[in-house]
Design a protein around this ligand. Structure first.
Ligand SMILES: Cc1cc2nc3c(=O)[nH]c(=O)nc-3n(C[C@H](O)[C@H](O)[C@H](O)COP(=O)(O)OP(=O)(O)OC[C@H]3O[C@@H](n4cnc5c(N)ncnc54)[C@H](O)[C@@H]3O)c2cc1C
Length: 435
């Protein structure tokens, strides 16, 4: 059964989230710093009561599936919820659904030992702590096979040395999940790395510098140096060599949620664009009456809807039992088009607002820069396009002969074999004429 309808009971929840985010959460974006700084007294004063309301409503931290102890909303509902959360910088954390904690919680729930779950997962799901996922290294992030940070066994411990890059929220996190090389000589390059859960404050972890980018409130992406960081064997998450397996398992759902939050940002830019063009006049008429402006509105509307449908279809397929590996082409397609949607729509909105659009009065320049962020984090666009193309071509067989079967003479031959009684026609037109 195919349907675009939302179940009415869940629609009530979505409506509640929509109103709550617009009226109560969005204003926090104006007055608070980093949304991960849970130790800020203002965060405690302003955000905690909102989180309590969300918990009372039963909408807190809904991302874990039933097999991992969550409510089991499924990917489609989570996507629709994230579309609402993404209307505000603070939306995700108010609902206990902020990256990278969601992905980290997922892998702790899936691969963690009982002790790891008690120590890290429980307080993480309660947002009593926040966390950091650290894989990328300064010499290159797009290719995980270039990672060099090395953990070496020493008795019952592992000793880790190396450098990590753009480790978001390293300064506020209570623990890191480090992906490091444990077996550089493993035959399969994808069995060379493992994951470790390491509490912050472990001797040898140094923040070299924090980086930020235009539009962010604080610099929260850390260059880390790890010098003889000693951790027990029990700090490993998953088995030795399971690094890629664990990392992959956190990406599918997370990418869909991120896509819907990005869609929300692009939709806000679109709403601003629409209001602007029906409000501003030049040369005796509204901007909205000019055809080149109408083209921008039309293109943006179509692109938003195309993107939304692709994400929702992918989430729906996941709910039908397709695992993320089987949905690789869909997930990478979503990831590869997401930056362009945000880029093009926030650029058009900025442009149509003129000087105001470029100024700090509007968030459009920040969202434009954010489009580059979403085109990098979790892998650059080019890499995802390669995945789409490879997946699409994987089952395509080459032509059997010199010329493909779809040349006109061959098609005609097949048609005559099938319908020998048909009267010979004049030269057929190469393609059916448009009606
Ligand atoms: C805001 C932000 C937050 C992040 N947070 C985290 C985090 O918390 N933890 C973490 O581990 N990492 C994090 N990252 C790092 C992110 O995963 C890397 O930026 C990303 O993988 C790209 O790596 P790089 O920046 O080293 O770029 P590079 O690997 O140097 O790539 C640069 C460019 O080269 C091109 N390129 C790369 N590979 C290919 C290819 N195969 N084909 C064609 N062109 C290619 C692309 O244009 C790409 O943008 C974050 C990044 C950003 C921007």
């Amino acid at each position: 059964m195919w349907s675009f309808a939302t179940d009415p009971e869940f629609q009530l929840e979505l409506d509640w989230i929509d109103d709550f985010v617009r009226t109560r959460v969005q204003p926090l974006d104006e007055i608070l710093g980093s949304q991960w700084n849970i130790h800020d007294p203002e965060f405690v004063r302003l955000v905690r009561p909102l989180q309590a309301e969300v918990k009372a409503r039963g909408l807190w931290a809904c991302h874990l599936g039933p097999e991992l102890g969550g409510p089991g909303y499924g990917q489609l509902k989570l996507a629709l919820m994230n579309e609402k959360f993404g209307m505000s910088r603070f939306g995700p954390i108010v609902f206990g659904a902020q990256a990278p904690d969601t992905g980290n919680a997922e892998i702790l729930a899936r691969f963690g030992t009982d002790e790891q779950k008690r120590t890290y997962l429980e307080p993480l799901l309660a947002n009593d702590i926040v966390s950091c996922f650290s894989m990328t290294e300064p010499q290159g992030g797009a290719d995980p096979l270039m990672m060099r940070t090395l953990a070496v066994r020493d008795g019952d411990d592992w000793v880790i040395n190396g450098e990590k890059w753009f480790a978001s929220e390293a300064e506020t996190a209570a623990f890191f999940i480090f992906m490091v090389v444990t077996d550089p000589d493993a035959e399969s390059p994808h069995r060379r790395m493992s994951m470790f859960v390491v509490p912050t404050g472990t001797p040898g972890i140094e923040v070299v510098r924090n980086y930020g980018f235009y539009g962010e409130k604080d610099d929260t992406h850390a260059h880390l140096r790890l010098t003889d960081v000693r951790v027990p064997d029990s700090a490993m998450l998953g088995g030795p060599g399971d690094g890629f397996l664990v990392a992959q398992s956190r990406l599918g759902g997370g990418r869909m949620h991120h896509a819907m939050r990005t869609l929300a940002q692009a939709t806000r830019a679109f709403e601003m664009m629409c209001e602007r063009v029906v409000s501003r006049s030049t040369k005796g008429e509204l901007l909205a009456n000019k055809q080149m402006v109408q083209e921008k509105i039309a293109d943006s509307w179509v692109e938003l809807r195309q993107f939304r449908l692709l994400v929702l279809e992918t989430a729906w397929l996941a709910d039908q039992g397709h695992d993320w590996k089987a949905l690789r082409a869909n997930v990478s397609a979503v990831k590869s088009i997401m930056p362009k949607i945000l880029h093009d729509i926030s650029a058009r909105a900025l442009h149509l607002h003129g000087s105001l659009g470029l100024s700090h009065e509007l968030p459009l320049a920040a969202w434009l820069v954010n489009s580059f962020h979403v085109g990098l984090a979790d892998g650059p666009t080019e890499v995802h396009k390669v995945v789409v193309a490879k997946e699409v071509l994987r089952t395509v067989a080459p032509a059997a002969g010199m010329f493909p079967d779809y040349v006109r003479s061959t098609r005609l031959e097949h048609a005559r074999e099938l319908y020998p009684e048909a009267a010979p026609t004049a030269e057929p037109s190469p393609e059916p004429a448009a009606v």
